[in-house]
Each structure stands twice: as structure tokens, then as C-alpha cells.
Design a protein around this ligand. Structure first.
Ligand SMILES: NC(=O)c1ccc[n+]([C@@H]2O[C@H](COP(=O)([O-])OP(=O)(O)OC[C@H]3O[C@@H](n4cnc5c(N)ncnc54)[C@H](O)[C@@H]3O)[C@@H](O)[C@H]2O)c1
Length: 281
């Protein structure tokens, strides 16, 4: 995409972290921005901020795990701005523990927000991007979509799903609708509120039996890694560059790439999996 001014971007999970940074970046490029999120106060604040700097911003309260709500989001985008040109399926949540501890509700929550929401976003928005004559879709995965770090089972499953879904979409669009580009965003640690994901967990998917990140010590370790992570605005710049240059993979932490390479080499050599740490060679 080379023309952004006056076009419309939709970002899910836009009230915080990477989503908010992407919304700010698209706004700074002169786009209309539709911000979707489940956290009402934070969403209102984000919309007010963008409007105060002259952006045509629309906030939509939306639980992206629900297909009907993503459909309503798309309907509101079209009603307000007539067309959609950039779609960022970005909302996400994380939960820590062992695979045998997670409850069915944990799985439903994480797979709902991290995988089903992307499935809904692709099936509902891609036809609109084609109808608009072209555009770009950005799916936020993670380095967890390229590796299988312990204690993040549902998150790993969802993010691997987002990577393969995006690669498949890339091939299909290249064959059938080449005016629509795709990017899969695979960040390492970024300074956001992902370690406070429970704040937005719906009551129906809450259970007292879920593994406790605090008790297991995963929470404190995660807080430290996230505090030392990239700035969301740096990630947003990389995403914007990828949309402009039609680049598929955005791996924000090049120092993590040897991890992916060693995983693949281990598999191809027929050896058993090992845990490789970021930066290990
Ligand atoms: N922060 C990191 O280190 C990191 C690393 C890799 C990938 N990611 C991914 O980046 C994306 C953005 O997360 P973040 O790190 O900015 O975290 P964040 O918590 O700061 O932002 C996530 C946003 O998603 C929203 N959200 C949660 N559930 C929702 C739902 N059901 N419907 C709509 N919105 C919902 C939250 O309210 C929040 O505003 C996620 O997909 C996450 O998995 C983050």
C-alpha cells in the first residue's frame, strides 16, 4: 500500500499496548482509525486522544472472540467510513501454567481471543478489503507461534495457528486477490499489559481452578521480561513499514531468530526438542 491518507484502518485490542501504538501510527499517517476493544474506559481514552489530534476515530466495544461482534464491528466501519483498507487482528491474551492444569475455560478464553478472533477477522474483513479494491491485513502472532516454550500451552497453540493461517492466506490472496497484502507480526517481549490479561477475562471463562501465574512464579518472571521489552511504538513502526512495503513476516527481535533456526535443525536432524533461549546460538 502506498496511499494512506484518508483511508481507514481497523485495529483490534487498540486500547492498550501494541494495538494502541498501531492506532496512533495509522492516525499519524492521516488515516481514519476504528479502534475495537473490550476494555471500555481504556478504549474511550484512546479514542479521545486520537480525536484530540484531529483524527477521525471511532471506538467500538467488541469481544473479538464472538463472531457476531466482529461482524458488527465491520458493519460499523462501513457505515461510518464506507470502506476498510487496513485491518489489524491484534487483540490477545496470555495465560501461564502446565498443559495438564489449564481448564477448559482457560483454553476457550485464550483460543477465543488469540485464534478464533483472527479466524473471524479474516473471514469477515478480507471480502471487504477485496471490495475496497485492495488493502492489507495484519495478524498479530508472536515468537510463540514459531517456538514451543513451556508453560504457555494454549497461547503457543493459538499463535502457531495464527502463523499458519496467515501463511495460507498469503498464498490464497497472491493467487486470487493480489491487491490485498498480508503481514504476520511475531514479536518477542514488548512493554505492554499482556501480563495483566486476566483483567479482561469474561466471567463465563473464569474459573478458580486455573493455574495461578503468581503462585507458579511465572508472573514475576514475565513482568521482568516485559519491562525490558521493546517499546510498542517501535513495533508499530515496523508494522507500518511492512504494510507500506508489502512484507509478510515481521520478526521484531532478530536476536531470537537463531532459536527458530535451531528448533528447525533439531527437528530435521530427528533429535528431540530442546528449549533454546533468546539469543542462544
Ligand atoms: N507484549 C508482548 O510481549 C507480546 C509478545 C508477542 C505477541 N504479543 C501479542 O500482541 C498483541 C497485543 O497485546 P499487547 O501485548 O499489546 O497486550 P495488552 O494487554 O497491552 O493489549 C491487548 C489488548 O487486547 C484487548 N483485549 C483482550 N481481550 C479482548 C477481547 N476479547 N476482545 C477485544 N479486545 C480484547 C485488551 O483489552 C487490550 O487492550 C496480542 O495478540 C499479544 O498476544 C505481545
Amino acid at each position: 500500500m502506498d496511499q494512506f491518507e484518508g483511508k481507514t484502518a481497523v485495529v483490534t485490542g487498540a486500547a492498550s499496548g501494541i494495538g494502541l501504538a498501531m492506532a496512533r501510527k495509522f492516525a499519524a499517517e492521516g488515516m481514519n482509525v476504528v479502534l475495537a476493544d473490550i476494555e471500555v474506559e481504556a478504549l474511550d481514552a484512546a479514542v479521545a486522544e486520537l480525536r484530540s489530534s484531529g483524527t477521525q476515530a471511532l471506538g467500538v466495544i467488541c469481544d473479538v472472540a464472538q463472531r457476531s461482534e466482529v461482524q458488527r464491528l465491520a458493519d460499523q466501519c462501513i457505515e461510518q467510513f464506507g470502506a476498510v483498507h487496513v485491518v489489524c487482528n491484534n487483540a490477545g491474551v496470555a495465560s501461564g501454567g502446565t498443559l495438564w492444569e489449564f481448564t477448559e475455560q482457560d483454553w476457550q478464553w485464550v483460543l477465543g481471543v488469540d485464534l478464533w478472533a483472527v479466524i473471524h477477522g479474516v473471514s469477515i474483513f478480507v471480502p471487504l478489503l477485496i471490495e475496497a479494491g485492495g488493502g492489507h491485513i495484519v495478524n498479530t502472532a508472536s515468537m510463540a507461534g514459531l517456538t514451543s516454550t513451556p508453560f504457555m500451552g494454549p497461547y503457543n497453540v493459538a499463535k502457531h495457528g495464527v502463523v499458519t493461517l496467515s501463511e495460507t492466506l498469503f498464498h490464497e490472496l497472491a493467487m486470487l486477490a493480489p491487491n490485498v497484502g498480508v503481514t504476520v507480526l511475531c514479536p518477542g517481549w514488548v512493554q505492554t499489559q499482556i501480563n495483566r490479561s486476566e483483567r479482561n477475562r469474561p466471567e463465563a471463562e473464569r474459573t478458580s481452578e486455573s493455574p495461578s501465574a503468581t503462585e507458579s512464579g511465572i508472573g514475576a518472571a514475565l513482568d521482568k521480561l516485559i519491562a525490558e521489552g521493546l517499546e510498542p511504538s517501535d513495533v508499530a513502526q515496523l508494522v507500518f513499514d511492512a504494510v507500506r512495503d508489502n512484507k509478510f513476516y515481521v520478526l521484531t527481535h532478530p536476536e531470537w531468530s537463531p532459536m527458530v533456526q535451531r528448533n528447525t535443525e533439531t527437528m530435521l536432524a530427528g533429535n528431540n526438542p530442546r528449549v533454546f533461549l533468546p539469543g542462544s546460538r
